[in-house]
Design a protein around this ligand. Structure first.
Ligand SMILES: *Cc1c(COP(=O)(O)O)cnc(C)c1O
Length: 459
């Protein structure tokens, strides 16, 4: 807009509404106990403001719902597929696009083909499903984010950057064991922090000099491109799609969850240039997902995503998106709540280690905070700490690098007054943080334990 007014304007108005269900504190106390103190086990009807994830929870636009009516459910060669493929290639001009039902299906396919015992896959920071799929193939998942990215309080404009010296050293020593290098944009598990174009260029140069392909875990590519536009020298005059295409040109392939930036309730894809690897991937796809022109998706989903991809790179939307996340983060910061800074793109991450310093890592301070936010105000958040990452492949349990609680903001879903309520609840919990108990895990599943583990408060 022409004038610099401060109020954040949602660049849409509301066309269809969903009721929220109010609960009492007593109802929430019994709901969380029944859920084994695991927020994933709650009935979502018992949640008031659901910040568990921004995945698949965004509001679709009028134009996406209209596109759904154009869904063509032909088994092979549907026009919906060709519209989807064209929309993906418009931003990511990789030779092969392989549709999947969500991001982890793309990961499962690529690591089935490229992973295996004795191999090591570096990433700035592996997302939980990415790590699990690398490890399920027998390979090692190694995180090599820059040092600033491992410290919640350090300010850096691109805290998601990969440590290029560590990458160079690894490839110098064992390039033959590295089938692919991944860069996660933005770095979800590291606080939703962006990766700079310069860092992507650097990683690309190192990978290609060693003959190793570079792949993007590109779930939040549009938010990452906005940060590049806002923060990186020489980028402020460029169009967002241009920045995205340059990022794609530096990589050899990508995995994607379309439940993030492209406003899908479901969807994903794998895209790559190598013909031989693509053929192997399609063979796995047919076994596990579906025929190559629909993958795990209905024609109507492909239509919604093709439209969503166009909306995801609109500057008015991205300006609102990033500013409204910062609005929550800045308010918590001003209230003295320790948060990861600078504020990331899709979420605000509370530093539970700093807030609950009386709870040791193996009593899960992040879980303690997440439970308290629900009990106090019906807010559902997500622990990203020792519950999620503590169990090692060798069976031992170690504290995670950070104990974070993620408040993920669904796209175009909550208004500023919902967020003002969240600020009030978090601030109230912070004021009696020292009274919150730690937790012990009383049931632990074998893989991705945070989804279904059960807990008990200690004492
Ligand atoms: C969500 C996500 C995935 C996995 O995608 P799903 O659609 O949930 O399977 C992978 N990587 C990152 C960075 C993500 O945020």
């Amino acid at each position: 807009m022409d004038q610099n007014f401060h109020t954040i304007i949602e660049p849409f108005r509301i066309h269809s509404v969903e009721p929220l269900r109010m609960t009492t504190r007593a109802e929430r106390a019994s709901a969380i106990e029944r859920a084994g103190f695991n927020l994933f086990n709650l009935h979502s009807q018992d949640v008031l403001i659901d910040l568990l994830t921004d995945s698949g929870t965004g509001a679709m636009s009028r134009d996406q719902w209209a596109a759904i009516q154009h869904g063509d459910e032909s088994y092979a060669g549907s026009p919906s597929w060709f519209r989807f493929e064209a929309a993906v290639k418009e931003l990511f001009p990789f030779k092969h696009v392989i549709p999947t039902h969500q991001g982890r299906a793309a990961e499962k396919i690529i690591f089935t083909v490229l992973g295996g015992r004795g191999k090591v896959v570096p990433n700035n920071t592996h997302f939980d499903t990415t790590r699990a799929n690398v490890e399920a193939s027998g390979a090692e998942a190694r995180d090599i984010v820059i040092a600033e990215g491992r410290d919640a309080a350090t300010i850096h404009p691109f805290k998601g950057n990969m440590d290029l010296e560590a990458l160079e050293a690894l490839l110098e020593e064992r390039a033959g064991d590295v089938p692919v290098v991944f860069l996660t944009i933005t770095n979800n598990s590291g606080g939703g922090q962006p990766v700079s174009l310069a860092n992507i260029r650097g990683a690309s140069e190192i990978c290609h000099r060693h003959g190793v392909p570079l792949f993007l875990d590109a779930c939040r590519f549009a938010e990452n491109a906005w940060f590049i536009h806002e923060r990186e020298e020489g980028q402020s005059q460029r169009e967002i799609p241009d920045i995205v295409r340059e990022i794609a040109s530096l990589a050899d392939g990508m995995t994607m969850s379309a439940k993030k930036d492209p406003f899908g309730n479901i969807g994903g894809w794998l895209a790559l240039n190598d013909d031989y690897v693509a053929e192997s991937c399609r063979n796995v796809l047919i076994l596990t997902e579906g025929f190559p022109t629909y993958g795990g998706l209905a024609g109507r989903d492909l239509e919604a995503l093709a439209q969503g991809l166009k909306e995801a790179v609109h500057p008015d939307y991205l300006r609102y998106r990033i500013r409204s996340t910062a609005y929550l983060g800045d308010a918590l910061d001003a209230a003295g709540v320790p948060v990861v800074k600078p504020i990331g793109g899709h979420a605000v991450y509370i530093d539970a280690k700093a807030m609950l310093d009386h709870i040791p890592a193996l009593q899960y301070p992040g879980q303690a905070l997440a439970v308290a936010l629900y009990q106090t105000g019906g807010i559902r958040s997500c622990e990203i700490g020792t519950v999620m990452f503590g169990r090692q492949p060798d069976g031992t349990e170690l504290p995670a690098a950070m104990e974070l609680v993620r408040l993920a903001i669904p796209r175009r879903t909550y208004t500023q007054s919902h967020i003002d309520y969240v600020i009030e609840v978090v601030t109230a919990v912070a004021q009696h943080a020292e009274s919150l108990p730690g937790y012990r895990m009383v049931h632990e599943p074998k893989a991705l334990r945070h989804f279904t583990a059960r807990f008990e408060p200690i004492g």
